[in-house]
Design a protein around this ligand. Structure first.
Ligand code: GLY
Length: 372
């Protein structure tokens, strides 16, 4: 049996960010994960693009995402100072491209939404779009350029965050959290699959799409939303920033990564924890990516994979108290886990230290789904 002030179930980006920030605030922290960083953190494209990921009516989520986006540069600076590893931040923004009159109307609406939010966005004509990204199809009629969007490689971010957390004293137990330990109506730690126990003053649930599955926890309405995603190689110089498009009603994004990588994503499927990579999923993603950037056809298809977004009924995360004393939630980040990593760590650490729910987290409590 081990003991800590805080035990975090889940060593993905969210769990590690909470653990790092909590350890920096003087708490003893243990993270439990048998394969840290192998879930959604491994699959995510790393777009830091709040507006192009947000739907209408999701303004509260959008504000949360914008607050986290603002923190990203300083977050990566701090990680670099702590670990000596500089995780690159791509700053070329997002181009949302359109092919026909319908698309151009959608882009005009989207531009109005950006302007209402006070965000910088520029409308570009086809010629201007291709000047910015020459590899785009000549069929592209126009685009919105969201200058403030960023992107990061989650596969580079995760090890840096793990090193920072361990450097701050966080202990990683490579085991699976099998159940919540409770005593006198309060969470007291985790039971592990290997039979061991970790006792703690507070348990933080950060199990991504599995956050609803831990035995003994109150009902947490997180469901897996399947995404198939592709990684291609040989894309050096192909794109400068993120490109998004609707192709025959299907949304596709292309995110350059590293020296010559390109991530193409992603399907959105309600199929539980189905891990299959399907011929249809790969076909649709490649077809749509090639419509947007014909040169994709020349690239090496390096990897196809499936992971699951942690979806909630309103697409926003569940942050803060759970209804069970001693159990905090950092779950349900759905399409915005990488983006919300810096802010989630900060908010949960504030809550752990002060016992008060920070104002930014208040709209995202578990009580909106009666998590108790
Ligand atoms: N954030 C991208 C996705 O969920 O596919």
């Amino acid at each position: 049996m081990t003991a800590a002030d805080v035990v975090v179930a889940g060593g993905g980006l969210i769990g590690l960010s909470v653990a790092w920030r909590a350890a920096q605030r003087g708490l003893s922290v243990t993270v439990v994960d048998d394969a840290p960083g192998s879930g959604a953190s491994w699959a995510a494209a790393g777009m830091l693009a709040p507006v192009s990921e947000a739907g209408y009516g999701e303004e509260a989520l959008l504000r949360l995402c914008l607050a986290s986006l603002e923190r990203y540069p300083a977050f990566l600076d701090e990680l670099a100072a702590a670990t000596g590893v500089r995780v690159p931040l791509r700053t070329a923004g997002t181009l949302v491209v359109g092919f026909d009159d319908d698309d151009m109307r959608v882009l005009a609406d989207l531009q109005g939404f950006h302007v209402e939010l006070g965000l910088e966005v520029h409308r570009l004509l086809g010629r201007q779009v291709r000047r910015r990204e020459p590899s785009l199809s000549p069929r592209v009629r126009g685009a919105l350029h969201v200058a403030g969007d960023l992107s990061v490689d989650p596969r580079a971010l995760h090890p840096a965050l793990l090193a920072a957390a361990e450097g701050a004293g966080v202990r990683l137990l490579r085991s699976r959290a099998a159940g919540l330990l409770t005593e006198a109506g309060r969470a007291r730690g985790l039971a592990l699959a290997d039979g061991a126990e970790v006792r703690a003053g507070t348990v933080v649930l950060a199990l991504g799409p599995h956050s609803g599955d831990l035995a003994g926890t109150p009902a947490v309405p997180v469901r897996p939303v399947k995404g198939q995603i592709l990684r291609l190689r040989g894309a050096a110089g192909l794109l400068d920033g993120t490109v998004r498009a609707l192709v025959r009603g299907r949304s596709v994004y292309l995110v350059p990564q590293g020296d010559d990588g390109l991530v193409v994503g992603a399907t959105v499927e309600e199929r539980g924890f189905d891990a299959t990579v399907t011929a249809g999923g790969v076909h649709d993603l490649l077809h749509d990516a090639i419509e947007v950037v014909p040169g994709v056809t020349e690239l090496e298809l390096a990897e196809t994979l499936t992971r699951w977004r942690p979806g909630t009924p309103d697409n926003a995360p569940v942050l803060g108290p759970s209804g069970l004393p001693g159990l905090l939630l950092a779950a349900g980040h759905h399409r915005n886990g990488v983006l919300l990593t810096p802010l989630t760590g900060e908010l949960l650490a504030d809550l752990l230290v002060s016992g008060e729910v920070p104002a930014l987290a208040a709209p995202f409590g578990g009580e909106r789904f009666a998590c108790r």
